[in-house]
Design a protein around this ligand. Structure first.
Ligand code: COI
Length: 355
C-alpha cells in the first residue's frame, strides 16, 4: 500500500494543478467509470469493529467464490462527491450523512460499519489521494463510491464471517445521457422497486439490479428512466431507479414521505432545506400518481443525478408534458445547491467539509 494522503496538502495550490491530466477533456464528462488512481480498503471480522484501513492502487480485489456478498447480496453502496471550489480548495458535501446512512443500512443487513469519523476520514483520504482527478471547478466532480460488503466465505444463509469497506472514485459530469436537458419518464406498473418491510429505505446493493429490467424496457421505448409506484396500492409514486422525485404545484413542493420504501437521499434532504429557505412550502407526504397530471414541474434528485428536470411523464400510455419555459423552480434549487457545493453561495448549514 502507498501512504499518499500523508504527503499531499490540499491547501498547497501547487498540489491542485492537474499536471498529469493536463490534456484531459474535462468538458465532456458523463457518468462513465474512469477509476481514479487510489482506492481505500479496510477489513474486519464478524463481531469486531473496523480499525485501520489503507490506500492502495485501484484494481481488482480478491473474493472467495463463496463470499456472502456474491451469493446473498450482503452489501451496501454509498455515493458522495468531492468538488473543486472557486478558491481551489477541495470540498466534500455532507460526507457524515453518507456515514450515518451506511450505519443504518449496516444494522439492517447485519453488518459492522465504520464509525462516522472513520468513514469521513477515509473519504477525505480518497479525495486527497485522487485530487488530480477532481475536475476543474464547474466541470463536474469526483464521484466517491463507498461499499460495505460481506466478503467472507459462507455456504448457508447467514451473516458473513468477514467484512470489507472499500472506497473507489471516478470523475463524473452529468448522470443522465440527456445531460441537463429534461428527462422523459415512464411510470412502471408491473415491477416495483421496494416493498413494505424490505430494504428500499437503505442503499442495499440488491435494490438496484431488480429494476434493470424495467429500466431497460423503458429505455428501449425511448424513455430516460422509470418512476416506480408503491407495491401496495400502486397509486403513489415512490422514486426513480437511482434518484428521488419531487413535484411542484404553485408555491408547494412535494416529495414522497420516507416510509421505509424510499431511499433517504442526501440531495433530497438538502433540497427540502433549500426550498424552505427560499420560501417554498415543502410537503413530505403520499404523492398520488394522478398528481403528475396537473403538476407545474416534476424533477428528480440524487447525488449522481443532481437535480434533473423532468419534461414528461407517461402513465398508462398517456403522456403529460411540463413546460420548460422561464426559470424553473428546480433550476433555482439546483443552482443554489451547486453554488453551495462550489463555494459561490454561503454554506450557512455547515454542509461543506473543506479539505
Ligand atoms: C447516487 O446518487 O449516488 C447513487 O448512489 C445512485 C447510483 C445508484 C447511481
Amino acid at each position: 500500500s502507498v501512504n499518499v494522503a500523508a504527503s499531499l496538502k490540499a491547501d498547497d495550490p501547487s498540489t491542485l494543478t492537474c499536471s498529469e491530466l493536463d490534456n484531459f477533456d474535462w468538458d465532456n464528462l458523463g457518468f462513465n467509470l474512469m477509476p481514479a488512481e487510489f482506492m481505500y480498503t479496510m477489513k474486519c471480522s464478524k463481531g469486531e469493529n473496523f480499525t485501520q484501513g489503507e490506500l492502495c492502487r485501484y484494481g481488482n480485489i480478491e473474493l472467495s467464490p463463496s463470499a456472502c456478498v456474491l451469493n446473498y447480496g450482503q452489501g451496501l453502496l454509498e455515493g458522495a462527491k468531492a468538488f473543486r471550489g472557486e478558491n481551489g480548495r477541495l470540498r466534500l458535501f455532507r460526507p457524515e450523512q453518507n456515514a450515518i446512512r451506511m450505519q443504518i443500512g449496516a444494522e439492517r443487513m447485519c453488518m459492522p460499519s465504520p464509525s462516522t469519523h472513520q468513514f469521513v476520514e477515509a473519504v477525505k483520504e480518497i479525495a486527497l489521494a485522487n485530487h488530480r482527478w477532481i475536475p476543474p471547478t464547474g466541470k463536474g466532480s469526483l464521484y466517491i463510491r463507498p461499499l460495505l460488503m460481506g466478503s467472507g466465505a459462507i455456504l448457508g444463509v447467514a451473516p458473513s464471517p468477514e467484512y470489507t469497506f472499500l472506497i473507489y472514485a471516478s470523475p463524473v459530469g452529468n448522470y443522465f445521457k440527456e445531460g441537463t436537458a429534461a428527462l422523459n419518464m415512464y411510470v412502471e406498473e408491473e415491477f416495483h422497486r421496494a416493498s413494505r418491510g424490505g430494504a428500499g429505505g437503505i442503499k442495499a446493493i440488491t435494490n438496484y439490479s431488480p429494476v434493470l429490467k424495467a429500466q431497460a424496457n423503458a429505455k428501449n421505448r425511448g424513455f430516460s428512466d422509470v418512476l416506480y409506484l408503491d407495491s401496495n396500492s400502486k397509486t403513489n409514486i415512490e422514486e426513480a431507479s437511482s434518484s428521488n422525485v419531487f413535484i411542484v404545484k404553485g408555491n408547494v413542493i412535494s416529495t414522497p414521505a420516507l416510509s421505509g420504501t424510499i431511499l433517504e437521499g442526501i440531495t433530497r434532504k438538502s433540497i427540502i432545506e433549500i426550498a424552505k429557505d427560499l420560501g417554498y412550502k415543502v410537503e413530505e407526504r403520499c404523492v398520488k400518481v394522478e398528481e403528475l397530471n396537473d403538476a407545474d414541474e416534476v424533477f428528480c434528485t440524487g447525488t449522481a443525478a443532481g437535480v434533473a428536470p423532468i419534461g414528461s411523464v407517461t402513465y398508462q400510455d398517456k403522456r403529460v408534458n411540463y413546460s420548460m419555459e422561464g426559470q424553473l423552480i428546480s433550476q433555482k434549487l439546483y443552482s443554489t445547491l451547486v453554488g453551495i457545493q462550489r463555494g459561490l453561495i454561503e454554506d450557512k448549514w455547515g454542509w461543506i467539509v473543506e479539505i
